[in-house]
Design a protein around this ligand. Structure first.
Ligand code: CA
Length: 240
């Protein structure tokens, strides 16, 4: 008999916290595997696949950011939730840049944690992006939503589940000003003022992939005081 439950990998060296997390995830009906170091996790990921990975940043051997980047190389699609005890914005940016999909600061509220986990699993299992068109072109880029790949000015890249979801939403709403709350709700499944930085950092990542000059974006434009707008064609000066 195969086990149909979502299988979560927890990488966390604090035993007390890990036991609590495992207990609560199992109560929610998930199967959990717990490892205490990045080295062990990367070995395991060479032959095993998970529905979700929960990754602590401060680990005894190689650090969580490095582990995150390596996980992305092995499995571009698995959702990764980063846990960090450090304060400040830097970890979140570094984590998202390393390929994480979401970020939670310790100490966290258990209910909030379970909501995030449930939301991430729901998105990855139910959400299959509708093909807007195979090989969607804009600027020097071509995005393949179904195969989670893109050709950019800087070469070929693998896309994560959240990146595909956000790109699909932008492509479907080309030219429209999309409020932050709507983007958060659509792509992450929650909307809260405290989380807008997650979105902003995500946009930074997309600009780095797809904009010829990320500091002067032509495709992923900021709509001041509102959110973002995707434009397929760069507008010439004076068009507006
Ligand atoms: Ca730790």
């Amino acid at each position: 008999m195969t086990d149909e439950r979502p299988h979560i990998l927890l990488i966390e060296d604090e035993m007390h916290l890990a036991r609590g997390i495992c207990f609560n995830l199992e109560q929610e009906g998930y199967r959990v595997s717990h490892l205490e170091s990045g080295e062990e996790a990367l070995q395991r990921l060479e032959y095993d696949r998970f529905s979700l990975i929960i990754l602590d940043i401060m680990l005894p051997g190689i650090d969580g950011f490095t582990v995150c980047g390596e996980i992305r190389r092995l499995d571009p699609r698995v959702p990764i939730l980063i846990l960090s005890a450090r304060s400040g914005e830097g970890d979140r940016v570094t984590g998202l840049a390393a390929g994480a999909d979401d970020y939670l600061m310790k100490p966290f509220n258990l209910k909030e944690f379970l909501l995030r986990v449930n939301g991430m699993l729901r998105r990855s299992s139910w959400y299959r992006p509708e093909p807007v068109e195979e090989g969607y072109r804009f600027g020097d880029n071509e995005v393949f939503l179904l195969s989670y790949r893109a050709r950019t000015g800087q070469g070929e890249i693998d896309l994560t589940d959240l990146e595909v979801k956000m790109l699909a939403y932008f492509f479907q709403n080309e030219g429209r000003a999309l409020p932050r709350a709507v983007l958060l709700e659509t792509v992450w499944g929650y909307s809260s003022n405290t989380e807008t930085r997650t979105l902003d950092n995500f946009i930074v990542r997309l600009r780095r992939y797809f904009e010829p000059d990320p500091s002067h974006p032509v495709h992923f434009q900021t709509v001041r005081g509102l959110g973002y707008r995707f434009m397929r064609e760069a507008r010439k000066r004076g068009d507006e």
